[in-house]
Design a protein around this ligand. Structure first.
Ligand code: SAM
Length: 294
C-alpha cells in the first residue's frame, strides 16, 4: 500500500493552508500547531506505529501529525472539536484513504466503543499533540474508562510530563503521578521548545510515552477506594493524611482507624499523603478496606 508522503509539518506549508482557509486560531481550544518535521519524526518513532495499528489521534488541527500517522498505520481516527478545522482536514487528508475524522469533543466520545468497532476491542495506540487545557481529564478518561490501550504517546506541557514521572519528595508529585504510574510506565521522549509550534505556547512542552501495563505494578484490592484516598490526600495537601481521609465527604474514615493502619505500616500518625509512594497507597487502601469489612 503506498500512501502520499506527508506534506505539512513545516512553517511554509502550514502558513499556506492557514491563509487558504483564513483560519483564525481559537485560544480556548489550546491550538498550537506543530511546525517541526524533526519533532514529528520523533513522535512517530516513539509511538512505534506499524501497518497493523489502529491509531486514535486527539485534536488533529490541520492534520499535520495525522498525515504522518496515516502514512504508517493501518487506520487512524482523528477527533477534532473545532468546526473551522473540518473542511481543512478534508483537504489535507484527502490523499489518505485510511483516516476517519470524528467531529466531536473528545471528552464526549466513547473511546472504548470506538476501539471495539474499529479494532475488534484490541488495544489501540493513542498519539496526540494534546490541547493542554484538558490534558488530565483526557488521560484519566483513557485509564479510568478502561479503553483498551497499548500506548499513549503525547505532547504535553513540560511541567505535566514532570508530574507524570515523579515520586514522593517532589513538589510536582500528586494524584496524576500516581494514576499514571499505576496504569502505565512513563518515558520522556523529547523536550520541545515553543518555537516548534505556531503560535508559540508560553510554556515548554515535552513528548511522553505511557506504555500501559498488562497488570498494575501494585495490587489494589479496590482501585476505586485507592484513588479516592489518593485524591483526598492531595486535595488537602497541607493536611495530615489522617485529617484528609476524615474530612473527605466520600470517605469520612474515622481518624483512629487511619492512625491504627499507619502504625501497622510503620508510618507516623502525622504523616502527609505526599510522603507515600504508590505501593504504600495500595497497602493503605487494602488495609482500610479489610478493616471496613471486618
Ligand atoms: N495535532 C495538531 C498539531 O500537532 O499541529 C494540533 C494540536 S493542538 C495543540 C490541539 C488540537 O486539539 C486543536 O486542533 C484543537 O482544536 C483540538 N481540541 C481542543 N479541544 C478539543 C476537544 N475537547 N476535543 C477534540 N479536539 C480538541
Amino acid at each position: 500500500m503506498s500512501r502520499p508522503v506527508p506534506s505539512l509539518g513545516n512553517p511554509k506549508n502550514t502558513i499556506e493552508i492557514l491563509n487558504k482557509y483564513k483560519f483564525v486560531f481559537q485560544k480556548r481550544y489550546g491550538q498550537n500547531f506543530l511546525i517541526d518535521e524533526h519533532v514529528l519524526g520523533k513522535i512517530i518513532r516513539a509511538a512505534e506505529i506499524t501497518e497493523e495499528d489502529f491509531v486514535v489521534e486527539i485534536g488533529p488541527g490541520i492534520g499535520t501529525l495525522t498525515q504522518y500517522l496515516a502514512a504508517s498505520a493501518r487506520e487512524v481516527a482523528a477527533i477534532e472539536i473545532d468546526d473551522a478545522l473540518i473542511p481543512i482536514l478534508e483537504d489535507t487528508l484527502s490523499g489518505y484513504d485510511n483516516v476517519t475524522i470524528i467531529h466531536e469533543d473528545v471528552l464526549k466520545v466513547d473511546l472504548a466503543r470506538l476501539a471495539e468497532e474499529k479494532n475488534g476491542g484490541r488495544p489501540v495506540k493513542v498519539v496526540a499533540n494534546l490541547p493542554y487545557y484538558i490534558t488530565t481529564p483526557i488521560i484519566m478518561g483513557l485509564f479510568e474508562n478502561h479503553v483498551p490501550v497499548d500506548s499513549i504517546t503525547i505532547m504535553v506541557q513540560k511541567e505535566v510530563a514532570d508530574r507524570m514521572k515523579t515520586g514522593p519528595g517532589s513538589k510536582d508529585y500528586g494524584a496524576l503521578s500516581l494514576a499514571v504510574q499505576y496504569y502505565a510506565s512513563p518515558e520522556l521522549v523529547a523536550n520541545v521548545p515553543p518555537n516548534c509550534f505556531m503560535p508559540r505556547p508560553r510554556v515548554g512542552s515535552a513528548v511522553i510515552r505511557l506504555t500501559k501495563y498488562q497488570t498494575p505494578p501494585v495490587e489494589a484490592e479496590d482501585e476505586k477506594l485507592m484513588f479516592q484516598i489518593i485524591r483526598a490526600s492531595f486535595n488537602q495537601r497541607r493536611k495530615t493524611l489522617v485529617n484528609g481521609l476524615s474530612n473527605a465527604p466520600e470517605l469520612r474514615i474515622p481518624k483512629e482507624r487511619t492512625e491504627a493502619v499507619l502504625e501497622e505500616m510503620g508510618l507516623k500518625p502525622g504523616v502527609r499523603g505526599e510522603a507515600l509512594d504508590l505501593a504504600q497507597f495500595a497497602e493503605l487502601s487494602n488495609r482500610l478496606k479489610r478493616l471496613q469489612n471486618s
